[in-house]
Design a protein. Structure first.
Length: 156
């Protein structure tokens, strides 16, 4: 048996923009289908919104997304939850973080730089007791990313 998992992000009208942004950072193949592509009348309010979006990179990164029908906000203001660091502790009411781990600091710094465009940095990318590089940010689409470099102890 073979099992795989992928994050499926739910947006309020910004799925296409988010996937295009992630594609600019991670590269790979991007596929988006609208509600109209699956039969919704062209004049319906959600017709041009994303019903199925998928980004797959050559190194195995995979992300899926869609626009929640009936939601028409185009900002991340409606994103549930908030995350902050306080006294070395992460305080949050979000139900998940998107974790991204690279093998080298250079690799993580490059991805961090892309995702940090318009983001709220929660914890700057820096060396930590468990990793040569760890950081946390909430991107411009409301997704909180925990990024780190894989520790040599974790690869042994």
């Amino acid at each position: 048996m073979s099992i795989s998992t992928s994050t499926h992000l739910n947006f309020q009208g910004t799925a296409r923009q988010a996937l295009e942004f992630y594609h600019s950072i991670f590269g790979g193949d991007l596929h988006c289908a609208s509600y109209a592509d699956f039969g919704m009348p062209q004049d319906a309010p959600d017709a041009n919104k994303v019903v199925f979006g998928e980004l797959t990179s050559k190194d195995g990164f995979r992300l899926m997304a869609y626009d929640i029908p009936g939601r028409h906000s185009t900002s991340s203001a409606g994103t549930a939850g908030m995350t902050r660091r306080e006294n070395g502790t992460t305080i949050t009411d979000r139900t998940f973080f998107q974790s991204l781990q690279g093998q080298t600091l250079e690799e993580v710094v490059e991805l961090w730089s892309g995702l940090a465009q318009g983001a709220e940095v929660i914890e700057p990318l820096a060396a930590s007791p468990w990793s040569p590089g760890f950081g946390m940010l909430t991107d411009r689409f409301g997704v909180t990313w925990v990024m780190d470099v894989q520790s040599p102890a974790m690869t042994a």
